[in-house]
Structures are given as structure tokens and as C-alpha cells.
Ligand binder design. Structure first.
Ligand code: SAH
Length: 248
């Protein structure tokens, strides 16, 4: 049984692929699945592309074609909570689809027939992930030099455990943020895949965790140097968190 590791973007898995001891590579439905060993554990790694459909189909393929005991999604996200800054880490607790609204037939955000408005990540893995993130941030300078952190204004990165909202929109203005916060005031960050992966894992009864590095404040600057942040910072965060999580 292996751990399935998913990110949305190629840039985000770049650093991981450099360390992965690849045993087999296969391409299905325009996604490449890398089977191998990472920090002594058997894993399958894939990048899904952005959005709920792309990530839902990818995780479904992963669960059906590879023996997976656990899913870990790593990636970047936009902060929408005032306490959250660029470079912080969010460990997902409940995952919501902020663009799902079947009201008045079912409640806003509710997934029809499941009767759920959100999906909870696996508690034990979440705690293990938190320990891994704490350990990484205590040793961040081993992985990223001060100049690189300063380039992206990352001062004292923090870890937050909390709710995440996913939707098929890149959030880049105040109106979009207010619309999300009016229904989900507790949400820490926005992204485009987490809740879709969570729904599929829930339906297949496979434990999952979501960990996100904050890349932007979901405002008009949200697009600035995005690919560079993903490859220079977020992919290093992902690799370092995985190292601490998998070695344990
Ligand atoms: N690299 C792209 C930007 C990617 S943004 C570029 O060239 O500009 C989309 C990806 O980042 C998605 O996978 C999503 O999950 C995440 N993301 C980061 N910030 C986001 C935001 N403000 N709103 C929505 N998704 C965001």
C-alpha cells in the first residue's frame, strides 16, 4: 500500500521529482503517475492540473489503479483570513466547495445525496502533518536561504490548522473574498482543488490530508510571479514537509 501525493501544478512537484527514486512512470488521461520511493516510503506522485474536475479525475484514477492507503495533497493557496500571510502553511481541517450551491433544493455548499457541506481531513494524519510542518519551519534555513525568503517578503512563517474553500475560480479581488467569507467566515484560504479531492476520498473511504503554502492574498496582486513562487518556494516547502512527514 502506497501514499498518493498530488499537487495541481507541475512547478509544485518539481523539487519532489528530483528526489524521488522512480520505479515506474505511466500516463493516463493526460496525467503522468510516478511510482517510486520517497524518503523510504512507497509513493505515487502526480500533478492534476488546476480545478475541481482535473483534480477529481486524477485522484479517482490514482485510487482505482494504484494501491493507495492515504492521499496527501500539497500546493499553493490564496489567503483570505487577516491572520494569514504569504509563506504561511495551512493544514486543512474541513474542506468546502465555495462555488457549490444547490439551494433552495439543498443547503448552500451541500453536496447532493451525501448531505454534507464539508469534508473533514484525517485527524491523526493532520496532527502528524502539523508536527512535520513545525519541524520544517524550525529548520527553514536549511531548505531556503534568507535572500529567497526576503524576495517574497516571507518573514516569520506560521502554521494554521483550519478550513479551506475550493472553487473553480482564481480569487483576485475583494468582492470575491467578501462573497466567500459571507458564507464561510472561518475559512483561512482559497484554492481550486482541495474539496474536490476530499469528496472523492470520502466516497472511496480513503484518509486524506491537504497542506497549502500561501502564495498570495487573493487580491489584485495575486498573479504576480506566480510560477516563480511555486517552483522556488512552494515546491521546496512541499519537499521539506514531506521529508519530515514520511521519515517520522
Ligand atoms: N501558475 C499560474 C497561477 C496558478 S493559480 C500562473 O501562471 O499565473 C491556480 C493554482 O493555485 C490552483 O491550483 C489553486 O489551487 C492555487 N491558488 C493559489 N492562489 C489562489 C487564489 N488566489 N485563488 C484560487 N486558487 C489559488
Amino acid at each position: 500500500m502506497r501514499i498518493g501525493i498530488i499537487s495541481a501544478m507541475r512547478e509544485e512537484i518539481q523539487a519532489i521529482l528530483q528526489v524521488l527514486e522512480v520505479h515506474k512512470k505511466s500516463t493516463k488521461g493526460m496525467r503522468t503517475y510516478f511510482e517510486g520511493t520517497l524518503f523510504g516510503k512507497d509513493v505515487v506522485i502526480v500533478f492534476s492540473r488546476w480545478g475541481k474536475v482535473a483534480s477529481a479525475t486524477t485522484v479517482t484514477q490514482l485510487l482505482n489503479d494504484f494501491k493507495i492507503k492515504e492521499i496527501l495533497f500539497t500546493g499553493v493557496a490564496g489567503a483570505i483570513h487577516p491572520e494569514v500571510s504569504i509563506g504561511d502553511i495551512i493544514i486543512g481541517e474541513e474542506l468546502y466547495q465555495h462555488d457549490l450551491d444547490g439551494s433552495p433544493l439543498v443547503a448552500t455548499y451541500e453536496v447532493p445525496l451525501l448531505g454534507l457541506r464539508s469534508f473533514a481531513t484525517h485527524e491523526e494524519n493532520r496532527n502528524k502533518l502539523k508536527k512535520a510542518c513545525i519541524h520544517f519551519l524550525e529548520n527553514i534555513h536549511k531548505y531556503l536561504d534568507q535572500d529567497k525568503l526576503a524576495e517574497f517578503d516571507i518573514l516569520e512563517p506560521d502554521i494554521h490548522t483550519g478550513d479551506i474553500a475550493s472553487g473553480d475560480q482564481f480569487i483576485s479581488n475583494k468582492e470575491q473574498i467578501s462573497a466567500i467569507l459571507s458564507g464561510l467566515p472561518q475559512v483561512k484560504c482559497v484554492e481550486m482543488e482541495g474539496a474536490a479531492v476530499a469528496q472523492v476520498c470520502y466516497e472511496y473511504n480513503v484518509p486524506y490530508s491537504i497542506v497549502r503554502t500561501i502564495s498570495d492574498n487573493a487580491n489584485h496582486n495575486a498573479h504576480v510571479d506566480f510560477p516563480k513562487f511555486a517552483s522556488d518556494v512552494a515546491s521546496i516547502y512541499a519537499l521539506a514537509i514531506l521529508e519530515n512527514y514520511l521519515i517520522d
